[in-house]
Write a protein that binds this ligand. Structure first.
Ligand code: ZN
Length: 201
């Protein structure tokens, strides 16, 4: 069962303790490591000082929201005798959303409107804009097949406009332009790899 949960929710590298399905889907996870390194002196500690639960949004399943209930432990260093919090666990950043959630949201933004994605995931518009800002990587052009470029403008109350460029046929977000200027879009189109231009332009 746990093997399937790992696969279904893309949760590699964490221990799944239990799954609760109520109004939301709650997956209780923790770091498999029994120790953590003191940020002050670098010595490993196994002595747990405190345990806390952090709720992190992970995705949507059959219209239910999926959250990770992350066990966050505070250890106590023997040498410094100071408590410290363990580093974040695999796939879970310090933010309120997992990397997997950001990935699904960006994928959906290629083919859906900003508003509908915001409603589907129950994520505020400023948070969605934050995801777009985080996505600064080079465009990942697919090797094969047809590409249909999808150019979309995203804004929140008319402020902080962003232009995203997606590949509609593969439902991938390719790139987010640094601003909403037309010149940025033109320069992106000009600098596309030659073989991509041949495919559709
Ligand atoms: Zn220490």
């Amino acid at each position: 069962m746990k093997k399937y949960t790992t696969k279904l929710f893309n949760l590699k590298g964490v221990i799944i303790d239990k799954v609760d399905v109520k109004k939301d889907v709650l997956i209780y996870v923790r770091n498999p490591r029994r120790w953590a390194q003191c940020p002050l002196c670098g010595i490993s500690s196994r002595k747990i000082h405190q345990r806390k639960q952090r709720k992190v949004k992970h995705g949507i399943l059959n219209e239910k929201e999926v959250f990770l209930m992350v066990l966050v432990r505070r250890f106590k260093c023997k040498k410094c005798s100071k408590p410290f919090t363990e580093k974040h666990i695999p796939g879970v950043s310090r933010k309120r959303h997992t990397k997997q959630l950001q990935k699904s949201v960006l994928k959906d933004l290629v083919s859906s409107s900003f508003k509908s994605v915001s409603e589907r995931y129950n994520i505020s518009s400023p948070a969605l804009l934050g995801f777009l800002k985080d996505h600064k990587s080079e465009p990942l052009w697919p090797d094969k097949g047809e590409i249909i470029l999808n150019v979309d403008e995203h804004s929140y109350s008319g402020r902080d406009m962003k232009i995203s460029i997606g590949d509609y046929s593969n439902k991938n977000l390719l790139f987010v332009l640094p601003d909403a200027k037309q010149s940025s879009l033109i320069s992106f189109l000009k600098n596309m790899p030659k073989d991509v231009k041949k495919k559709g332009f």
